[in-house]
Design a binder for this molecule. Structure first.
Ligand SMILES: [Zn+2]
Length: 189
């Protein structure tokens, strides 16, 4: 098996892998969900495009299977450092500004996706009234798949950053008063 250097980069919401030489339009025959982009002269994985590690794995495998080429990806710019970062309370303007810069930079580099929060962090329901509060931002990491919740402070109310490692949001805090008919708003979420 021949080895070939390649670089990975972010393009059109996907990770692309560009081999140092050659064209590989028959790559689809490896049946790994990997395709050749003639304009970019690069390979990409079609299915779960937001998962970078999975994309790279499939692309490397497809090149082995179809072309007997062992791709050596020489850059690691997409690797995240989510493992070394933790949830935090935002108790100062300085920290808030730092976090905004951090998330902004990760998004600009294509490591994080800026998502609209689709689940509230707080639900209050007494049967006649229903209130939901949503965080300001969600960021999904394309490298490891984790989800970050970023809620801005409104001093003296503190903000926070929370991490959901498997990418599923489970942070909803629910305050329910049971209704007279025995139902609760919980069943409607
Ligand atoms: Zn990550």
């Amino acid at each position: 098996m021949k080895t070939l250097e390649a670089t990975c980069y972010f393009h059109q919401n996907r990770i692309y892998v560009k081999p140092a030489e050659g064209t590989y339009e028959m790559i689809y025959r490896a049946a790994c969900g990997v395709y050749w982009d003639e304009e970019e002269k690069a390979l990409y994985f079609l299915d779960d495009a937001t998962n970078y590690q999975l994309s790279l794995k499939h692309i490397v495998l497809a090149m082995k299977n179809e072309y007997y080429i062992d791709l050596i990806i020489t850059n690691t710019f997409m690797q995240c450092d989510c493992n070394e970062r933790y949830a935090t309370e935002i108790n100062s303007i300085t920290l808030f500004e730092e976090l905004k810069v951090f998330f902004g930079r990760k998004t600009a580099n294509g490591v994080f996706i800026d998502e609209r929060p689709t689940k509230p962090y707080y639900i209050w329901d007494d049967g006649s009234g229903h209130i939901e509060y949503f965080a300001d931002k969600w960021y999904r990491c394309k490298s490891c798949g984790c989800l970050w919740e970023f809620n801005y402070p409104d001093f003296p109310k503190l903000g926070w950053v929370k991490k959901y490692e498997d990418g599923n949001y489970t942070g909803t805090d629910i305050c329910i008063y049971q209704r007279k008919d025995g139902t609760s708003a919980l069943s409607e979420i």
